[in-house]
Design a protein around this ligand. Structure first.
Ligand SMILES: *Cc1c(COP(=O)(O)O)cnc(C)c1O
Length: 232
């Protein structure tokens, strides 16, 4: 498998989707989702240009941060346990997966200790799938109001993981819904809250997500190939 070919294909698709939507390529950040993949592969992709990488496990992310170039912007995209927050505060560009006030308060506590501010997204379970983390749509505004009062946190937008579907068009309705939710929240003009970032779209559906307003797409398989969870 050729990482360069994969990466260039993803870049080309992003460019096409932007063009179709009348958006500028610079409006969309590609996050290369490198979970389970060895650092040699990340380095190869890094050398092709991207600087935003996404991981879903705290320990794995910390190990990779240690050995990879310092100008990488690390995105925590996975479910975050409160007892692990302390290991990543100060090391991440953005935490995409805040879905409870309990977690937000722990981030606040660790950020205050280190005297840093932490950029976060609120993860919304837009399709209300039982198997997924994320807050329900109806509860999002109240969580944001509460978390906005925490001085070391900046809420930058929303994140969602759309359902796994064969046809990406099936997720368009969810991308539209979350986009509308972010517009509605922005209209509330809450201090400490901007709705500049919409993190949505994965390998199966990032082109549709871009058409519907994604500002960050999280692509793993499309760049790095299938993940093998059995391998040690
Ligand atoms: C693994 C993962 C991705 C990437 O998924 P692919 O389908 O491989 O592109 C994106 N977002 C989150 C939250 C993930 O856990």
């Amino acid at each position: 498998m050729d990482l360069k070919t994969n990466f260039e294909q993803v870049e080309e698709n992003i460019r096409k989707a932007c063009e179709k939507a009348g958006r500028d390529r610079s409006e969309v950040t590609l996050i290369s989702v490198s979970k389970t993949k060895p650092v040699e592969m990340l380095k190869t992709v890094y050398d092709l240009g991207p600087r935003d990488f996404g991981e879903n496990k705290v320990q794995e992310m910390c190990e990779k941060i240690e050995v990879l170039p310092k100008d990488i912007r690390w995105h925590m995209i996975g479910h975050l346990q409160t007892n692990k927050v302390k290991y990543i505060v100060g090391k991440t560009e953005l935490i995409h997966s805040v879905d409870s006030i309990h977690l937000a308060k722990e981030i606040e506590k660790q950020a205050a200790k280190q005297n840093v501010t932490v950029n976060v997204l609120i993860e919304v379970n837009i399709a209300e799938e039982e198997s997924k983390f994320g807050i329900h749509k109806e509860e999002t505004l109240s969580l944001i109001r509460e978390a906005a009062a925490l001085p070391h946190i900046r809420i930058k937008g929303l994140m969602t993981i759309a359902p796994f579907v064969e046809n990406p068009e099936d997720n368009r309705t969810y991308f539209k819904q979350i986009r509308q939710l972010s517009v509605d929240i922005k209209a509330q003009n809450i201090d400490n809250v901007s709705m500049d970032i919409l993190s949505m779209g994965m390998t199966g559906d990032y082109m549709v997500a871009i058409e519907e307003g994604a500002t960050m797409v999280r692509v793993g398989t499309g760049i790095f190939g299938e993940r093998n969870y059995n391998k040690q």
